[in-house]
Design a binder for this molecule. Structure first.
Ligand code: PMP
Length: 378
């Protein structure tokens, strides 16, 4: 019997039944009172998760949130500091360039973090309009040192943008605690809803910055057009993706019912168990030990294992994973373990990994991965 493989890429991630069911509702009129209530609840939930002063959540992808998050706080000709720890960190300077914003980029090798001392040296040398950091770079599985970088942002008073796409709702991003001004994110990873929502969380300082910029080269992306709608979704600016808002709201209800701290701890547990399992069958993450993320694993292919053959084999064994992107194409595979993922998905993934690797001639003790993962899970 042929079944669709389990989706274990780092986004989109599997969507829980209650969220799918909520989405199946007849499409509401976007200014209908019943929908307005849902949209309000959704924005309030996002504000709670991020401890944000305001949130804009509209139709679009994560890349749109990066664009929206940047151009509302920096204008053409401004200097911004961008810390790149992978392919998505490298994307942000391209967004800046498209708007004539000058990006000074600090990069690290795949799987490594940019040293805090290098960041501080840059912040001392120049006054930046903003600094941007990717919380988890999905290409290399690199978890940023958010506490360390946030402390530098506070110390130097620089407006701080965080790309939370591969971390939001799985790792703490409390804007008040860290002093984050803008979180740019989306819904198809740890929020575990189908792709379609752009989410930008803002501090009052970010909103004041937007005010001080005057006109900006944007219309749909101008938060000034959206903030009144987020306060009162009964007003119209542009038609929201109604069913996606319903889905996201349902997912947020599940997230808040799980409890944020419990959810973050669940992701830590899942990440640690999966790493224990993969280690036991001789697989190594490309990511430095201090920077491994709880939301995904990026694993270097063992000698002799071909990327295409491995991924096709894994799919035959019931699991769909992602290959490498950018400079890591063909060298690594990526398994997402965030959102609604739990033990059943981990167990199937580990079994499929073992079957696939054994079939391709990789040597290890059969069952070692599952055993080590079980031990770590307990
Ligand atoms: N930032 C990060 C860290 C990402 O992982 C991604 C997508 N994988 C993006 C930004 C862009 O998001 P999207 O593909 O939804 O535009």
């Amino acid at each position: 019997m042929k079944r669709e493989p389990l989706v274990m890429i780092p986004g989109p991630t599997p969507v829980a039944e209650p969220v799918l069911n909520a989405m199946r509702t007849q499409t509401y009129g976007h200014t209908y009172s019943g929908f307005v209530k849902i949209y309000k609840e959704c924005i309030a939930g996002l504000k709670q998760i991020f401890q944000a002063d305001a949130v804009v959540a509209v139709g679009g992808a994560g890349t749109l949130s990066m664009e929206m998050g940047l151009i509302n706080v920096a204008k053409p000709g401004d200097d911004v500091l961008m810390i790149s720890q992978g392919y998505f960190g490298d994307r942000y300077p391209q967004v800046a360039k498209a708007y004539g914003i000058n990006a000074d980029v600090l990069s690290a090798d795949p799987g490594q973090r940019v040293p805090l001392a290098d960041i501080e040296a840059k912040l001392k040398a120049k006054k930046y309009a903003a600094m941007a950091l990717t919380h988890v770079d999905t290409s290399s599985g690199t978890l940023a040192d958010l506490p360390g970088v946030a402390e530098l942002a506070r110390k130097h008073g620089v407006l701080f943008i965080l790309d939370g796409v591969c971390a939001s709702a799985a790792i703490d991003e409390n804007m008040q605690d860290y002093g984050i001004d803008v979180i740019v994110t989306t819904c198809q990873k740890a929020f575990a809803t189908p792709p379609g929502m752009t989410i930008v969380a803002l501090s009052n300082r970010a909103i004041e910055r937007r005010e001080s910029l005057g006109g900006i080269p944007a219309y749909y992306c101008d938060i000034k057009n959206w903030l009144p709608i987020m306060d009162n979704p009964g007003l119209y600016f542009a038609t929201p993706p109604v069913n996606h808002v319903v889905a996201l709201n349902e997912s947020i209800k599940m997230i808040l019912a799980e409890g944020l701290l419990a959810r973050y701890a669940r992701h830590e547990r899942i990440g640690a168990a999966f790493r224990a399992g993969t280690k036991a069958i001789g697989l190594k993450p490309i990511t430095a030990p201090e920077a491994v993320a709880p939301t995904l694993s990026v694993i270097t292919y063992p000698e002799g294992i071909d990327d295409a053959a491995f991924r096709a084999g894994l799919e035959d064994n019931g699991v769909f994973c992602a290959g490498g992107v950018g400079s890591l194409r063909g060298k690594v595979f990526r398994i997402g373990h965030m959102g609604s993922i739990g033990w059943p998905e981990l167990a199937l993934t580990m079994t499929a990994l073992e079957l696939t690797l054994a079939g391709l001639g990789h040597e290890f003790v059969p069952g070692a991965g599952t055993g080590a993962m079980e031990a770590a899970w307990k």
